[in-house]
Design a protein around this ligand. Structure first.
Ligand code: MG
Length: 225
């Protein structure tokens, strides 16, 4: 039986919703310290992220209130990474996981392993997939584009790479490592990379705008190609 594998961030849920969930946790932590309402602090962080990205958000909020220190920035970062996020799957992701509910489904995601594990748990991903592979658990060098965990999936299911489809959003790393081995790939055009033009090696076999486009017909066609 063919195997469907999904990326997590910006494929199954909007990654920015995790960032905002983390900001709310940090705002709650800083609120008594800065004597400001948490909603106001969180709104400031959301605005700062939208304007300049997430790199300096905690430095900025502390500086604005005259409380910047290395220790407090580190405490914010820890609060952010350790918070239990409130997240929801994209509605089309929810429908897709249900539609292919009888198939062998897997998840493959890079990133901080505890953070990714909390995201996976928050969205009940384990109820949908046979296993969620957090590449970080196998060493940093096993992050995408390294094909290691994809090979583990083949072994576990007793299938060839040509029977496995990976759905991801990031043409920089999601497809380039596994395509030469025969894995089939589908790129979902959303998130930060939606508008990135990729060369032939980095581009997926198919491009879709929502997971509703991933049908049994499309899968059959992809596997036959
Ligand atoms: Mg992604």
């Amino acid at each position: 039986m063919p195997v469907l594998v999904f990326d997590l961030d910006d494929t199954l849920y909007p990654e920015l919703s995790y960032v905002h969930s983390g900001f709310r946790a940090v705002a709650a932590y800083l609120s008594p310290l800065l004597r400001q309402p948490p909603e106001m602090l969180a709104a400031g962080m959301v605005a700062e992220e939208a304007a300049h990205g997430r790199g300096q958000v905690f430095d900025d909020v502390l500086r604005q209130h005259g409380r910047w220190s290395k220790t407090l920035v580190a405490a914010c970062l820890r609060t952010y990474r350790q918070h239990l996020p409130t997240l929801a799957l994209y509605p089309d992701a929810e429908r897709c996981l249900k539609r292919f509910g009888a198939w062998p489904l897997y998840l493959v995601t890079d990133g901080h392993k505890e953070v990714q594990a909390r995201k996976v748990a928050a969205m009940s991903v384990p109820t949908h997939v046979r296993h969620a592979y957090l590449t970080n658990r196998y060493g940093r060098h096993r992050a995408k584009p390294n094909p290691h965990v994809f090979e583990l999936i083949c072994r576990r299911e007793g299938v060839l790479p040509t029977q496995v489809i990976y759905v991801g959003d990031n043409p920089r790393k999601d497809f380039v490592g596994i395509k030469p081995l025969g894995f089939r790939t589908v790129r979902i055009l959303r998130g930060n990379y939606a508008h990135l033009e990729a060369d032939a090696a980095h581009e997926a076999h198919r491009r879709i705008h929502t997971l509703d486009e991933l049908t049994e017909e499309m899968v059959a066609e992809l596997l036959a190609s």
